[in-house]
Design a binder for this molecule. Structure first.
Ligand code: IMP
Length: 188
């Protein structure tokens, strides 16, 4: 789903700790789109039991909603990677502090991420997963942000496209703030 300038819906303004946050995607829009993605995945993987691997921490709400909207069984695991130390600019290095624990050899894998920005995190994780010889690896992201793409990673399932901006809520954070919000906001 692509909207003009990547900015969606009507604007709600609220001032929190020095930042203005504007509503970008409402909880209703998020749920509708996540359900659509889940049903598409269920159709594509009919008769299979894919291993869904979520990238912590930002993916938590998206992952939980996606899995529960799916109509086929799945196995769940997580990997933890961080490319942002603090603030809104990338630190350039990707740290891994948790690997997958399920044996994914010969299994269909769906890597689930909250947002792809430069693409470096997903490219690296994909490389690590491929070494474990899964049957296949597809990528599902809630948000594809095009502004700073450096590594081209094929995105098989995407919730929303945005052009630019730093967004928070529905698991996404700014210095560990705002993750708990049910809607997605752009920080100004
Ligand atoms: P990439 O390696 O640049 O694609 O970065 C991916 C990671 O950066 C995501 O998993 C997020 O943790 C973080 N990130 C990128 N853009 C945003 C944003 O707009 N809000 C919050 N986190 C972001």
């Amino acid at each position: 789903m692509k909207r003009k300038n990547g900015f969606l819906g009507k604007v709600w303004r609220g001032k929190v700790e020095g930042f203005t946050k504007e509503l970008l995607i409402s909880r209703q829009e998020i749920q509708k789109r996540v359900r659509e993605l889940a049903l598409q995945i269920s159709k594509d993987y009919h008769g299979k039991e894919p291993v869904l691997i979520g990238v912590l921490n930002g993916v938590v709400f998206f992952f939980a909603d996606l899995v529960r909207y799916m109509t086929i069984p799945s196995k769940l695991d997580f990997i933890r990677a961080a490319s942002y130390g603090s603030g809104t600019s990338s630190s350039g290095t990707i740290r891994f502090s948790k690997d997958v624990e399920i044996d994914i050899k010969g299994q269909p894998v769906i890597l689930v991420e909250d947002i792809v920005d430069t693409g470096l995190t997903l490219a690296k994780i994909r490389e690590i997963l491929e070494k474990k010889e899964p049957e296949s690896v597809r990528i599902c992201v809630l948000i594809d942000k095009h502004e700073r793409r450096q590594a081209e990673v094929p995105i098989d399932y995407c919730g929303f496209h945005i052009q630019e901006g730093f967004i928070v809520g529905y698991g996404l954070d700014f210095n560990e703030q705002y993750r708990y919000l049910s809607d997605i906001f752009v920080l100004k």
